[in-house]
Design a protein around this ligand. Structure first.
Ligand SMILES: Nc1nc2c(ncn2[C@@H]2O[C@H](COP(=O)(O)OP(=O)(O)OP(=O)(O)O)[C@@H](O)[C@H]2O)c(=O)[nH]1
Ligand SMILES: [Mg+2]
Length: 713
């Protein structure tokens, strides 16, 4: 049952719309006016019958609709708010689930329909659950310094001076000349201004300290043997934060080319007796044992002061200048205002750390795969869509089965003054105005994406310094609505399939048609018991990633037994297995799709068309599950062994800086390790065969009524 106060408010609205006073309605109901008043205030724990009597007495269309809504028994889906934007479809889904459940519980379920009923029930439940939640994310991704944080802040009104929002110096999150944002930042609406920090593990902070000290020492010693001196250090933004935490900031550059002041960290190093002593000294200056705070709230009530407080506190934490906080791994911010006005969705804005080299990072891939998130790929005007963003999209297309992925992604071309007007039409004519220039640009982006097979990715242009965020907000909310609408449409198709199935129960001919289809599916499952052989070793993608990445990035990963935020060896192993699984199941899956599509095109199978349509969607879901299983098993099997291969990792570490072929050498060391893992490879193959049976063949047999649902699990 929904909250009484919520119902009460709707009763009041309906009565007001019907132009009735409480007294008039009370007279119609033959009760005292106080009874009507209490119902509207949500008092006295009223029953459905009380509401029904009230609404019948009103008798308007709206009142009767409200009565229908209140009369729904939510047995399969949780009861949504009466203001839920998808209430109608949720009610339809709940009612269809109930019809289906009654049918399944009955004792005359024809064998040919048992599997179908289970399949439809599960699908409908999933759609309902997806639509019920109003939580969504808008994630800003892009290369270092393109203007992600600025765009996100401008779009969501995260500025210290709301009266002057286009002043780019007043963004509430830290912005700067690139390498500013230190970690993922989640911003959500809530009761008050607050910040919550998930810090990096202490051991990771100490590892970063060791890398920083090493770079400082090399520089001081003038060691040029490695030829890549500057590479022995953490990323710039991390170095800045650690130095601030240790009170060893880099000296400011002096004007006019004068010699810079001495580096206090180098001076500290010179006073230490050994490298270990230096590391220990810097580590102890961090005083991590005092940096145990995880959250902080603004105490005052003044909005403007709160905004300024948030900006100052965030900037301090993001730069390692807040004495109570350690190095952040993720920051969650709450602000007491809506980030997107006029929407019923709960939107969290996510600002990410800039892409340094490759965007194929576990965090970014995770955002892209999130079915509730819209990912905004921020690109520079001149190079949009930036190649690193094209690469990550291609990568996901090769390693995932997610037909809706590209509809959740958008390219945001970040314009600066004069960019739009510099555009020309193909005819050579200059852009007439800014919006004309934006249009030419976004068409170019769409063409570029189409050329590499990335269809359906929308794009828009935005200049944070001069455009109002209204259009951008509308565009982004439009993407959120579209991803929900796609789910709602799919839910409707499933409801139609439920109803067709229930009609089919009565018709012998329809049952015979289904019987024929089921038979074909059974034979298909039998013929595809065995999966096509593996085409490439699962480490192939990893090895090419090693060769592609910056040596420093590879080195940092080898020093962390393979798991570095910017390059995760296990992600690439998983992706290699996923891409291979996709290739291997392709012939069988497309064969199955063809059978289904042939029947869909055949009018004599009309009574089974809804079911077949559902089945087609389900084939994608089974394929996706199989690919996920392949990724999971590869990581589960190889990660324990590889992350404990300390000889391998120290061998890799020692090779850094010794020659030009570093990455090739690392790739061969890793390849040699994989060549020795015959047992693990065999175990992986066994698990893949099992996954093929459980992710694809079993659900197929279940859908065709060959085995009962319980056995299939
Ligand atoms: N003129 C102008 N400057 C902008 C615009 N957007 C961002 N900038 C500036 O570009 C610089 C980088 O912007 P950020 O928003 O910090 O960029 P980012 O992509 O978040 O950078 P990282 O977090 O370091 O990866 C800042 O100095 C901004 O003020 C814009 O639309 N016009
Ligand atoms: Mg940023």
């Amino acid at each position: 049952m929904v909250a009484h106060t919520e119902v009460g408010a709707l009763l009041t609205d309906a009565r007001t719309e019907a132009k009735q006073t409480q007294k008039q309605l009370a007279d119609r109901l033959a009760v005292h006016q106080s009874r009507v008043s209490r119902l509207e205030a949500g008092e006295g724990d009223p029953a459905f019958e009380d509401y029904a009597a009230y609404l019948d007495a009103l008798g308007t269309e709206r009142a009767l609709y409200l009565k229908k809504i209140l009369g729904v028994h939510w047995q399969h889906l949780p009861c949504p708010s009466l203001k839920h934007p998808d209430l109608t479809i949720l009610i339809e889904a709940e009612e269809a689930l109930e019809r289906l459940d009654t049918f399944r519980q009955g004792d005359s379920v024809p064998q040919v329909l048992a599997g179908q009923a289970d399949l439809l029930f599960r699908r409908l439940l999933e759609f309902g659950e997806f639509l019920l939640s109003l939580d969504h994310r808008i994630v800003y991704v892009g290369e270092i310094g393109v203007g992600k944080t600025t765009a996100a802040c401008r779009q969501a009104g995260l500025v210290t001076d709301p009266a002057n929002p286009s002043d780019l110096r007043t963004m509430m999150l830290d912005t700067g000349g690139g390498r500013t944002t230190l970690c993922d930042v989640f911003v959500q609406a809530g009761d008050r201004f607050s910040l919550n920090v998930d810090p990096l593990a202490d051991e990771e902070v100490y590892r970063l300290v060791a890398e920083l000290c090493r770079s400082i020492q090399e520089k001081r010693d003038g060691d040029t043997t490695s030829g890549s001196l500057a590479d022995f250090k953490p990323a710039e933004e991390v170095e800045r934060a650690i130095r601030n935490m240790a009170r060893l900031p880099r000296p400011a550059r002096r004007k006019g080319g004068a010699n810079p002041a001495a580096d206090p960290a180098a001076e500290l190093g010179a006073t230490c007796s050994s490298f270990d002593d230096f590391k220990a000294e810097v580590a102890s200056r961090l005083a991590l044992w005092r940096r145990t705070r995880r959250s902080v709230e603004f105490e005052g009530g003044d909005q403007i002061a709160g905004r300024q407080w948030l900006r100052d506190t965030f900037t301090a934490i993001n730069n390692g200048r807040h004495a109570d906080f350690s190095l952040p791994g993720k920051i969650t911010i709450t602000v007491p205002f809506s980030l997107i006005v006029d929407t019923s969705f709960n939107i969290t804005i996510v600002d990410t750390r800039g892409v340094d080299g490759s965007a194929i990072r576990p965090d970014i891939v995770g955002h892209l795969k999130n079915k509730r998130a819209v990912t905004v790929l921020c690109s520079k005007w001149g190079s949009a869509p930036d190649p690193s963003l094209q690469d990550v999209l291609k990568h996901i297309a090769e390693t995932e089965v997610d037909p809706a992925l590209f509809s959740r992604v958008a390219v945001l071309v970040l314009a600066r003054a004069g960019d739009a007007l510099s555009m020309r039409h193909d005819s050579g004519e200059s852009a007439g105005d800014v919006s004309d220039g934006y249009e030419i640009k976004t068409e170019q982006v769409t063409d570029a994406l189409q050329r590499i097979g990335l269809l359906g990715v929308e794009s828009t242009a935005y200049d944070a310094a001069s455009d109002s965020p209204t259009d951008l907000t509308r565009f982004l909310i439009g993407k959120v609505r579209a991803l929900r609408a796609a789910q709602a449409a799919a839910a409707k198709a499933t409801i139609a399939a439920v109803d067709q199935m229930l009609v089919n129960v009565e018709e012998a001919q329809a049952l015979a048609t289904l019987g024929a289809i089921n038979n074909e599916l059974k034979i298909f499952a039998e013929r595809h018991k065995l999966l096509k052989d593996r085409s490439k070793p699962i480490q192939t993608r990893l090895l090419s990633a090693v060769r592609d990445r910056h040596p420093r990035t590879v080195w940092a990963a080898t020093r962390r037994a393979g798991s570095f935020w910017n390059f995760d060896v296990y992600q690439h192993i998983g992706d290699g297995a996923a891409a291979d699984a996709k290739r291997r199941c392709e012939p069988a899956v497309s064969g199955l799709r063809e059978i289904i599509e042939n029947h869909l095109a055949d009018p004599s199978f009309e009574s089974a068309h809804s079911f077949l349509g559902q089945l087609l969607d389900d084939v994608s879901a089974w394929e996706a599950d199989f690919v996920k299983a392949a990724r999971h098993h590869a990581v589960a099997i190889f990660k324990p062994a590889l992350s404990n291969a300390s000889d391998l990792w120290s061998d890799c570490d020692s090779k850094y800086g010794l020659g030009l072929n570093y990455k090739d050498e690392i790739a061969s060391v890793i390849e040699a390790w994989f060549d020795l893992q015959g047992d693990l490879q065999n175990e992986f193959d066994r698990r893949i065969s099992r996954a093929w049976r459980s992710s694809v063949l079993k659900p197929l047999r279940t859908a065709s009524g060959t085995i009962a649902q319980q056995e299939a699990i």
